[in-house]
Ligand binder design. Sequence first.
Ligand code: SF4
Length: 405
Amino acid sequence: MQAAPTADLNEAERARILAKAALFAPPPATLPDGRRDLVGLSREELVAEMVAIGEKPFRAKQLWHWIYHQGVTDFSQMSTIAKAMQGKLAERFVVGRPGATAEQTSTDGTRKWLFGFRDGQQVETVYIPDPEEDRGAVCISTQVGCTLSCRFCHTGTQKLVRNLGAAEIVGQFMAARDSYGEWPSPTDGTPRLLSTIVIMGMGEPLYNYENVAKAMRIIMDGEGIALSRRRITLSTSGVVPMMDRCGAELGVGLAVSLHAVRNDIRDEIVPLNRKYPIEELMAACRRYPGASNARRITFEYVMLKGVNDSEADARELVRLLQGIPAKVNLIPFNPWPGSPYETSSNNAIHRFARIVQEAGYASPIRTPRGRDILAACGQLKTESERARRPRAEGGAPATPPASAA
Ligand code: SF4
C-alpha cells in the first residue's frame, strides 16, 4: 500500500488539532442578563446581529468604527447613532473589556496586567516599551494555562483550563490601549505607542487557531484597530501542521521557540518536539509563506547553563538555519521559584552569539525586562492565585498546587 502524501497527513492532523481545540472552547459571549458582547464578532456576524434586531446592515459599519477605531465602550458616546438607537443597542449588547485584577509597572516601563474574564479565568498581558523610541510591543495570551509543559516556562506548570475566545484575545490589546489612552486608533502612519503585537504570552496559539485567526483579522481590519500584519508576530513551539495555514491565511510574522538543536535535548525542554521533531519544524519554516530577508523568521533560544549553550550547539544552530531567512533571539533564562534550570554565563551567551553572528544571522541578546516585577510568563497569575487562597490553620499559607512548584 502506498504511503499517504504529506499534505494529506497534515490535513488529517490539522483536523485532529482543531477538534481538540473545540473541546476547550471559551464560554459563550452572552452575559447572564442575556446581552451579547459585540467585541470579537466578525464583520459578517455584526451585520447579522443588526439584521436580527431589524436594523440596516450599515449599522455594523458604524459600530465597527466606534468599537475598534474610537475605542468607545458606552453606546451613549456613539454620537453618530441616534439616542433611541443607542438605547436599543444598550438593551441588547455590551462592548466588553477584560478587567485588570492586578497590574504591575517595572522601573524600566514594562507593564504587566492580569486580566480576568466573566467566568473568573485570568491571563497575563505585558507591554514592553522600546527603551529608545515611543513605541512598544504588547504580548498577549491565547489560552488559560497550556498543554505543552515546556520545562523552562512557568506557564507550562499550569494545566490547560480553556482556550480564549476572539473577544478575550482582542480585548487584551484593547484594554492595554485603554491603559495608555491610545484611542482613537492612530492612522496614516502616525506613530503608535502600542505599535506591535507578539502572540507569545500564555498558551500555544496554534492550538487555538480559529479564535486567534478571528482575533487577528479584527485587529488587522483597516477601518478599526488597523494594525498591519507586518506588526504582528505569532510565536509557536512548533505545531508544524498549523504553520502553513497560519502563514497562508494570516500572513503574520513567525517566531519559533526552538531552544535546542538536538532532538534528545529538545524532547526534554520542549516536549512537543517528540511529535514534531526538529527536521519537520525546520522544513515547515523553510516553506513558511511570506518569509523573506525583509521578513525573517525569529528563532527564540533561551540560554540554559550546561544544557544548550555550547559552541557545538551554536554551530549546529547555524547548520539548521541554512536556507531560512532567520534571526535568533538569545534569551538569558529568567528563573522563577522552583525552575529546574540556571541561566548561562555571560561568556557562554556572548560566545554563542558570536558564532551565530559570524555565520550571517542577527543574534541579539535580549535584555531582561521587568526584572523587578513578576516577569516570568505565568508568574503573576500564580502569585495572585496563591494570595487569594484561604490560609491553612495556624496562619501558614495553604499548600500551593503542583502548578506553583
Ligand atoms: S513556552 Fe509557550 S507553549 Fe511552552 S509551556 Fe510555555 S506557554 Fe506553553
